[in-house]
Ligand binder design. Structure first.
Ligand SMILES: [Zn+2]
Length: 179
């Protein structure tokens, strides 16, 4: 069965940077709905389109096709008093400490000084070329419901807590290779 639009693809993967440093070993396979639903990176779909179970390859994706270039403007220095304690490098916060009208973003604490904290709003993989080692493990037709929801259900897919909310859009989380 060849991978095409509206098929559910299970892919074993490893993610490294361009120097082959392992970023994610993909212990859990990636399961996504193929066909431009933004369940995974478009370059991965492009690579796997028309392929079958057993197909394996390594592709490198440049930052502009992955998580964008690193934007120094997204690095902010905040007063430490505005953030909760205890504080550690690597912690992540949602939204702007300044808050309000800006779109919610994830900020990572990258440095802590006596009374200041550096927050970086770039995606952790921004500015990096990503090397994916891919191996197609399973291909099946999506159900009508999965196509309507634009994501995969079942093992490794999207789980609905309440069957009563079927058909409701909005709280569905796209399945990305990076968490
Ligand atoms: Zn759903």
């Amino acid at each position: 069965m060849k991978i095409a639009k509206n098929m559910v693809v299970t892919v074993n993967y490893k993610l490294s940077d361009a120097q082959d440093n392992l970023i994610e070993d993909g212990r859990e396979p990636m399961v996504y709905l193929h066909g431009g639903y933004e369940n995974t990176l478009p370059k991965i779909e492009e690579e796997l389109d028309g392929k079958e179970v057993g197909y394996a390859s390594i592709i490198q994706i440049e930052p502009e096709d992955a998580f964008g270039d690193y934007d120094p403007a997204l690095v902010k220095v905040e007063d430490r008093s505005r953030l909760p304690e205890p504080l550690e490098v690597g912690m992540q916060f949602e939204g702007m400490p300044d808050g309000a009208d800006e779109e919610a973003m994830i900020f990572t604490v990258t440095d802590i000084a006596e009374d200041k904290v550096v927050l970086d709003g770039n995606h952790p993989l921004a500015g990096m070329a990503l090397r994916f080692s891919l191996s197609v493990a399973e291909v099946r037709h999506a159900t009508e419901e999965e196509i309507a929801h634009e994501h995969v259900h079942g093992a490794h897919g999207h789980h609905h807590d309440d069957e009563g909310d079927e058909g409701e859009e909005g709280d569905h989380v796209a399945i990305h290779p990076i968490h």
